[in-house]
Design a protein. Structure first.
Length: 212
Protein backbone atom coordinates (compact mmCIF):
# COMPACT_ATOMS: atom_id res chain seq x y z
CA UNK A 1 0.00 0.00 0.00
CA UNK A 2 1.37 3.42 -0.98
CA UNK A 3 1.83 5.53 2.16
CA UNK A 4 3.12 8.85 0.82
CA UNK A 5 2.11 10.98 -2.15
CA UNK A 6 4.40 12.46 -4.78
CA UNK A 7 5.00 15.52 -2.59
CA UNK A 8 6.32 13.28 0.18
CA UNK A 9 3.27 13.78 2.37
CA UNK A 10 1.63 10.94 4.28
CA UNK A 11 -1.54 9.72 2.61
CA UNK A 12 -4.41 9.88 5.07
CA UNK A 13 -7.97 8.64 4.78
CA UNK A 14 -9.00 11.38 2.37
CA UNK A 15 -5.88 10.85 0.28
CA UNK A 16 -6.56 7.12 0.05
CA UNK A 17 -10.09 7.84 -1.09
CA UNK A 18 -8.86 10.28 -3.72
CA UNK A 19 -6.26 7.84 -5.01
CA UNK A 20 -8.87 5.08 -5.15
CA UNK A 21 -11.19 7.36 -7.09
CA UNK A 22 -8.48 7.97 -9.68
CA UNK A 23 -7.80 4.24 -10.05
CA UNK A 24 -11.50 3.44 -10.30
CA UNK A 25 -11.99 6.16 -12.91
CA UNK A 26 -9.09 4.83 -14.98
CA UNK A 27 -10.46 1.30 -14.78
CA UNK A 28 -13.85 2.50 -15.98
CA UNK A 29 -12.30 4.45 -18.84
CA UNK A 30 -10.20 1.57 -20.18
CA UNK A 31 -13.32 -0.57 -20.43
CA UNK A 32 -14.65 1.78 -23.10
CA UNK A 33 -11.58 3.33 -24.76
CA UNK A 34 -8.11 2.40 -25.99
CA UNK A 35 -5.35 2.72 -23.41
CA UNK A 36 -3.31 4.97 -25.69
CA UNK A 37 -6.15 7.49 -25.54
CA UNK A 38 -6.02 7.62 -21.77
CA UNK A 39 -4.70 10.85 -20.27
CA UNK A 40 -4.02 12.13 -16.78
CA UNK A 41 -6.49 14.97 -17.24
CA UNK A 42 -9.11 12.56 -18.58
CA UNK A 43 -8.74 10.29 -15.54
CA UNK A 44 -8.95 13.24 -13.14
CA UNK A 45 -12.01 14.58 -14.94
CA UNK A 46 -13.74 11.20 -14.80
CA UNK A 47 -13.02 11.12 -11.06
CA UNK A 48 -14.42 14.66 -10.68
CA UNK A 49 -11.04 15.95 -9.54
CA UNK A 50 -8.75 18.73 -10.68
CA UNK A 51 -6.10 17.68 -13.18
CA UNK A 52 -3.23 18.57 -10.86
CA UNK A 53 -4.60 16.19 -8.25
CA UNK A 54 -3.61 13.28 -10.47
CA UNK A 55 0.08 14.13 -10.12
CA UNK A 56 -0.11 14.05 -6.34
CA UNK A 57 -0.52 10.29 -6.56
CA UNK A 58 0.86 9.13 -9.92
CA UNK A 59 3.73 10.14 -12.17
CA UNK A 60 1.89 9.24 -15.36
CA UNK A 61 -0.80 7.05 -16.89
CA UNK A 62 1.55 4.05 -17.06
CA UNK A 63 1.91 4.08 -13.29
CA UNK A 64 -1.88 3.91 -12.98
CA UNK A 65 -2.01 0.98 -15.40
CA UNK A 66 0.73 -0.80 -13.47
CA UNK A 67 -1.19 -0.41 -10.22
CA UNK A 68 -4.34 -1.76 -11.85
CA UNK A 69 -2.35 -4.66 -13.31
CA UNK A 70 -0.86 -5.47 -9.92
CA UNK A 71 -4.31 -5.41 -8.33
CA UNK A 72 -5.64 -7.89 -10.92
CA UNK A 73 -2.58 -10.09 -10.39
CA UNK A 74 -3.47 -10.41 -6.71
CA UNK A 75 -6.95 -11.69 -7.50
CA UNK A 76 -6.02 -15.20 -8.67
CA UNK A 77 -7.05 -16.86 -5.42
CA UNK A 78 -9.90 -18.82 -6.99
CA UNK A 79 -7.60 -20.24 -9.68
CA UNK A 80 -4.99 -21.31 -7.14
CA UNK A 81 -7.67 -22.79 -4.88
CA UNK A 82 -8.95 -24.97 -7.72
CA UNK A 83 -5.45 -26.33 -8.28
CA UNK A 84 -4.58 -26.70 -4.59
CA UNK A 85 -7.61 -28.69 -3.52
CA UNK A 86 -7.49 -32.50 -3.73
CA UNK A 87 -8.72 -33.84 -7.08
CA UNK A 88 -10.59 -37.11 -7.03
CA UNK A 89 -8.84 -39.54 -9.42
CA UNK A 90 -12.11 -40.49 -11.06
CA UNK A 91 -13.24 -36.85 -11.45
CA UNK A 92 -10.33 -35.25 -13.28
CA UNK A 93 -12.53 -33.79 -15.98
CA UNK A 94 -14.87 -32.28 -13.40
CA UNK A 95 -11.98 -30.51 -11.71
CA UNK A 96 -10.40 -29.46 -15.02
CA UNK A 97 -13.70 -27.92 -16.07
CA UNK A 98 -13.94 -26.02 -12.78
CA UNK A 99 -10.45 -24.62 -13.33
CA UNK A 100 -11.16 -23.54 -16.92
CA UNK A 101 -14.42 -21.89 -15.83
CA UNK A 102 -12.63 -20.08 -13.01
CA UNK A 103 -10.01 -18.88 -15.49
CA UNK A 104 -12.68 -17.38 -17.73
CA UNK A 105 -14.42 -15.73 -14.77
CA UNK A 106 -11.11 -14.16 -13.79
CA UNK A 107 -10.61 -12.82 -17.28
CA UNK A 108 -14.19 -11.57 -17.53
CA UNK A 109 -13.67 -9.66 -14.29
CA UNK A 110 -10.34 -8.07 -15.24
CA UNK A 111 -10.44 -8.23 -19.03
CA UNK A 112 -9.71 -4.56 -19.75
CA UNK A 113 -6.55 -4.27 -17.68
CA UNK A 114 -5.31 -7.80 -18.46
CA UNK A 115 -5.45 -7.10 -22.19
CA UNK A 116 -3.49 -3.89 -21.66
CA UNK A 117 -0.99 -5.64 -19.39
CA UNK A 118 -0.33 -8.37 -21.92
CA UNK A 119 -0.09 -5.95 -24.82
CA UNK A 120 2.44 -3.83 -22.95
CA UNK A 121 4.37 -6.90 -21.81
CA UNK A 122 4.49 -8.32 -25.34
CA UNK A 123 5.69 -4.91 -26.51
CA UNK A 124 8.76 -5.20 -24.29
CA UNK A 125 7.73 -3.13 -21.28
CA UNK A 126 9.50 -4.98 -18.49
CA UNK A 127 7.37 -3.74 -15.60
CA UNK A 128 4.20 -5.16 -17.17
CA UNK A 129 5.98 -8.41 -18.05
CA UNK A 130 7.13 -8.81 -14.45
CA UNK A 131 3.57 -8.45 -13.17
CA UNK A 132 2.27 -10.91 -15.75
CA UNK A 133 4.96 -13.46 -14.90
CA UNK A 134 4.45 -13.06 -11.16
CA UNK A 135 0.75 -13.77 -11.66
CA UNK A 136 1.18 -16.68 -14.08
CA UNK A 137 4.07 -18.63 -12.56
CA UNK A 138 2.26 -19.91 -9.44
CA UNK A 139 -0.56 -21.20 -11.67
CA UNK A 140 1.79 -22.71 -14.25
CA UNK A 141 3.85 -24.33 -11.51
CA UNK A 142 0.81 -26.01 -10.00
CA UNK A 143 -0.36 -27.26 -13.40
CA UNK A 144 3.14 -28.64 -14.04
CA UNK A 145 3.13 -30.50 -10.73
CA UNK A 146 -0.19 -32.10 -11.56
CA UNK A 147 0.94 -33.03 -15.07
CA UNK A 148 4.07 -34.75 -13.81
CA UNK A 149 2.20 -36.53 -11.03
CA UNK A 150 -0.35 -37.83 -13.52
CA UNK A 151 2.07 -38.84 -16.24
CA UNK A 152 4.57 -40.37 -13.86
CA UNK A 153 7.74 -38.79 -12.49
CA UNK A 154 9.87 -41.39 -14.26
CA UNK A 155 8.19 -40.67 -17.59
CA UNK A 156 8.34 -36.88 -17.51
CA UNK A 157 11.00 -34.50 -16.20
CA UNK A 158 10.20 -31.33 -14.27
CA UNK A 159 11.39 -29.33 -17.26
CA UNK A 160 9.09 -31.10 -19.72
CA UNK A 161 6.12 -30.93 -17.36
CA UNK A 162 6.67 -27.20 -16.90
CA UNK A 163 6.94 -26.69 -20.66
CA UNK A 164 3.63 -28.45 -21.19
CA UNK A 165 2.05 -26.37 -18.43
CA UNK A 166 3.25 -23.17 -20.10
CA UNK A 167 1.63 -24.25 -23.37
CA UNK A 168 -1.65 -25.14 -21.67
CA UNK A 169 -1.75 -21.92 -19.65
CA UNK A 170 -0.91 -19.78 -22.67
CA UNK A 171 -3.59 -21.43 -24.80
CA UNK A 172 -6.30 -21.03 -22.18
CA UNK A 173 -5.29 -17.42 -21.53
CA UNK A 174 -5.30 -16.62 -25.23
CA UNK A 175 -8.79 -18.01 -25.67
CA UNK A 176 -10.04 -16.31 -22.52
CA UNK A 177 -8.62 -13.01 -23.74
CA UNK A 178 -10.56 -13.28 -27.00
CA UNK A 179 -13.65 -14.95 -25.54
CA UNK A 180 -15.94 -11.96 -26.03
CA UNK A 181 -15.01 -11.42 -29.66
CA UNK A 182 -14.49 -14.91 -31.10
CA UNK A 183 -16.46 -15.51 -34.26
CA UNK A 184 -16.06 -18.20 -36.87
CA UNK A 185 -17.12 -17.86 -40.47
CA UNK A 186 -18.48 -21.39 -40.56
CA UNK A 187 -20.62 -20.84 -37.44
CA UNK A 188 -19.79 -24.43 -36.55
CA UNK A 189 -17.77 -23.53 -33.46
CA UNK A 190 -18.48 -21.11 -30.65
CA UNK A 191 -16.67 -20.15 -27.46
CA UNK A 192 -18.33 -22.91 -25.44
CA UNK A 193 -16.90 -25.45 -27.91
CA UNK A 194 -13.43 -24.04 -27.29
CA UNK A 195 -13.82 -24.09 -23.51
CA UNK A 196 -14.93 -27.71 -23.73
CA UNK A 197 -11.90 -28.53 -25.88
CA UNK A 198 -9.59 -26.83 -23.38
CA UNK A 199 -11.13 -28.91 -20.62
CA UNK A 200 -10.63 -32.09 -22.68
CA UNK A 201 -6.96 -31.33 -23.33
CA UNK A 202 -6.29 -30.44 -19.70
CA UNK A 203 -8.04 -33.63 -18.61
CA UNK A 204 -5.84 -35.73 -20.88
CA UNK A 205 -2.67 -34.16 -19.49
CA UNK A 206 -3.80 -34.56 -15.90
CA UNK A 207 -4.95 -38.16 -16.25
CA UNK A 208 -2.62 -41.18 -15.92
CA UNK A 209 -1.78 -42.64 -19.33
CA UNK A 210 -3.70 -45.73 -20.32
CA UNK A 211 -1.35 -48.71 -20.33
CA UNK A 212 -1.99 -51.14 -23.15
Amino acid sequence: MVKINKDGQAIGRKGKETRSRLLAAALELISTMAADKLTASGIARAASLASQTFYLYFDDVDEVLLHLSAHAAQDTGELLAELDQPWKPDATRFHAERFVSAFYRYWDKHRAILNIRNFRADGGQAAFAEIRNASALPIVGRIAERIRAAQGENALSDRDAFARAVIVYSAIERMAARYASIHFVSDELDSDDLKRAETDILTLLLSPPVRG
